[in-house]
Write a protein that binds this ligand. Structure first.
Ligand SMILES: *Cc1c(COP(=O)(O)O)cnc(C)c1O
Length: 367
């Protein structure tokens, strides 16, 4: 066997398409409104900011590796047992832990056609094979997923609601998916946008994760809590899974500042309520105003909308993106999600939302 003349990554790593984050700058280096990463326009809870300052005096000290106080605060807020929670540097880290702990070469993991691309990265990083289930009407399709389960399937990732489509599955469908999976297949419910959803038939998956042996729900502090910069997420699931994840977790994976801010943020319910109210006001406004311009908008339950553009020279998503970037408004191209003629727009401040709508009106020549 000939050996390579330099180190080579294990199989699968170079098949990974590196994650492309939302742009943060317009074309002239100036950004007026960044609506490309589903960040909240409300900033973070003042209590969270204050909590960080106290930690800033003790940067030489390791944080509490088990994040006990943060898990307690999350447990109290969401009515969970703290022993069944694991915290991570963003929920992305929890998704990676799950892949590393339960997937290896020869295994398959399923996610849906326009699903969050971190799943693909996590699956391939673990050396396993991603299997993509087609969607129907830009929605996760339970039957398409179940039809792709084989002897090799070990895991299924579902973002509910999904990013970048903004669509969701009613809990009935999630239950049907769970019932259709063999008990050794791990169902991961990524509920990053759960707080924003205002639908009676929606559930984030807490109940299912509490009562099953093969369901984990992940959550994040990056979206409604406005702490994306600190990297905090968490997972909730059966003890045997949390135990496995804790064995591969870095001993100090969540920083002291993240822990302190997370505790303060999760307790500031008034801040969360304001964020929900802001979204409830502006999500329908943006949707209706875009539709008035003749654009097709996918009905969203999150803090963002997916906008389809006309298939017409000069009016396509890339053209709209360039036009907005020139004017300092940054949306997200989603071609790598199989949506080449769409843009994703985060619900921003009133000023940002109005600016984007005005620019799109001009762009489409509707002024
Ligand atoms: C933003 C997002 C996350 C959160 O990622 P963090 O690592 O917690 O910042 C997870 N899942 C989906 C679908 C998201 O859009």
């Amino acid at each position: 066997m000939t050996r390579p003349d330099r180190p080579e990554p294990k199989a699968g790593v170079l098949d990974i398409a590196a994650y492309v984050p939302g742009k943060s700058k317009g074309t002239h280096g100036k950004t007026l409104h960044k609506l490309s990463s589903n960040e909240t326009p409300l900033g973070a809870s003042p209590a969270a900011k204050a909590a960080i300052e106290t930690v800033a005096h003790n940067l030489e000290l390791y944080p509490d590796g088990a994040a006990i106080e943060l898990r307690d605060a999350i447990a109290e807020t969401y009515g969970l047992h703290p022993d069944r929670i694991i915290c991570g540097a963003g929920s992305d880290e929890i998704l990676s832990f799950l892949a590393y702990a339960y997937l290896g070469p020869g295994d398959e993991a399923i996610y849906s056609e326009h699903g969050f691309l971190i799943y693909d990265i996590a699956i391939r990083s673990a050396g396993a094979t991603p299997v993509v289930a087609p969607e129907t009407g830009l929605k996760t399709d339970v039957d398409a997923i179940l039809a792709r389960v084989t002897d090799k399937t070990k895991m299924v990732f579902v973002a509910n609601p999904n990013n970048p489509t903004g669509t969701y599955l009613p809990f009935e469908d999630i239950k049907r998916l769970h019932e259709g999976l063999p008990p050794h297949v791990l169902l991961v419910l990524d509920a990053a946008y759960a707080e924003y959803v205002r639908k009676n038939d929606y559930e984030s998956g807490i109940e299912l994760a509490a009562t099953s042996q093969n369901v984990v729900m992940t959550r994040t502090f990056s979206k409604i809590y406005g702490l994306a910069n600190l990297r905090i997420g968490w997972g909730f699931g059966p003890s045997h899974i949390i135990d496995a994840l804790n064995r591969i977790r870095g001993p100090f994976n969540v920083s002291g500042m993240a822990i302190a801010a997370g505790i303060a943020a999760v307790k500031d319910r008034e801040f969360v309520t304001r964020a929900i109210e802001h979204n409830d006001a502006w999500l329908p406004w943006i949707t209706e105003e875009l539709e008035k311009l003749g654009l097709e908008v996918v009905p969203s339950v999150g803090n963002f909308v997916l906008i389809h553009f006309p298939d017409e020279d000069g009016k396509r998503a890339v053209d709209a993106d360039a036009y907005l970037l020139e004017r300092g408004c940054v949306l997200r191209q989603v071609g790598n999600y199989g949506l080449p003629n769409s843009l994703r727009m985060t619900v921003g401040s009133e000023e940002a939302n109005r600016a984007v709508l005005q620019h799109l009106k001009d762009f489409l020549g509707k002024a």
